[in-house]
Ligand binder design. Sequence first.
Ligand code: HEM
Length: 484
Amino acid sequence: MTLDSIPVVPGGNFAGHMHLFQGDDRLGLFQRIADTGELSRVSFLGRPVVFANSPAAAHEVLVEKARCFEKSPGIRLLLHYLAGEGLFTSEGELWRRQRRLMAPLFQPSAMAQYTDCMHDVAARAVATWKDGAALDLATEMTRVTMGIVGKALFDSDTFDESDALGEALTLALAWADSQSASPRLVAQIALTDALEAVGAHLPGGLDALRRRALASLKEPFLLEGARSERLQGALAVVDGRIRQMIAERRAQGLARADLLTRLLAARDEENGGAAVMTDQQVRDEANTLFIAGHETTATSLSWSFYLLGRHAAVREAVQREVDALPPGPVTFAGAASSLPLTTRVFKEAMRLYPPVPIYARRLLVDAEIRGVAMPRGTLVIVTPYPLHRRPDVFPEPERFDPERFLPEREAARPKSSYIPFGAGPRVCLGLHFAMLEGPIVMATIMRLARIETDPARVIEPKLSATVRPGGGVPARVYRRAVPS
Ligand code: HEM
């Protein structure tokens, strides 16, 4: 079977389906795409894009045939300025080496060192809340998770959007976000593909020109605002601050305990124990960890509190679990063993609202997916939102039910049917970090404050770089008297 055998998603026009992706209800669109078949097809300006919709199809793309794919060029272009050749966007040998170097910093045994900062930053945020104050939990959660990543990465106690670096990173990220569905992005990728394709047929001089053009096409210059003073100014702030922090750490003999220092000190055991990351690579990785590491967790926490606000019985059960913790900061051991329900709530929130909406790949070689032959260059996309709402895997999928994540029920589900962190070799590096951070932040906050949201208020998901609660999560917060 060939690509032509894959059903086409209804609603396309002469230019394909691009216009549908610019609408407000992209999650609804993803659901319609998934309802079209196990594989379904759209086209962007004549380029076929395949959606892998079943758990088995997602598993084949992300895990079994991962080696046949690279990440889609779109994400590399969008994050070019900020994350450059960082782990999220790099490929091939560079990615393999960087993953090998960074994996030890994020394995379960390395996690205990981060719990204090997760607890402290959450407790400090609650300390700034006035009793009875009205606030937006989504904004607060971003503040908390940005503070945690700032402490873990840069050992900074004051890292938030009011910090110049935090502000500049947030601005650059918002720009990438605003361009993620731009037709210019597709145009720049199509131009790159066309230039790559004509390669073999050009005489020497023209080929040199083509190579120069291809090199410059790595920069997202067709995108609106790419060269704007505002964006480039923010990037200059990011570069200046990170380079300054790197210089400070080198001057101090790499004695600090933050991730930036550990990146600078990382040695490649497969390469004679040499230190291998250049300052530029460390900058790209630090930015990558900042980008990948805060908004995802913030949205999951916001949805968790929203869902608890609408389900009083579960909220009370979580409160009992949290109040049964021993006094004092939530520890690593405590989080791992004493917060099973809180953890299940966090997981169920990520089922209903998986923070990363799209996992996009491009075939590096001709390959077969679910028996369909696909040529090199085909874009293949997995969308966790409809995948997590399949009634055959999650009965009554719209219902909030943390008990779906009881260990025996988790074990009985098909592979790649629940993938908020992705799957396969490119699975989230920060998975263990996030799975500790979510429950610890929830527990710390619920111990120190009572959060009231309007149980009747329905908040719709809004898709941008992450699946955010549209309009935030308005809440009223009351301080609780807690044994210290
Ligand atoms: C709830 C929180 C989080 C969610 C839902 C999440 C989700 C994801 C997903 C889906 C991917 C893979 C995307 C793809 O395959 O196309 C990913 C990759 C990644 N994440 Fe996370 N993430 C979270 C938190 C974190 C944290 C806290 C960090 C670091 C501190 C982090 C660092 C990374 C990195 C570096 C990658 C790239 C890995 C690679 O390609 O080798 N993430 N994340």
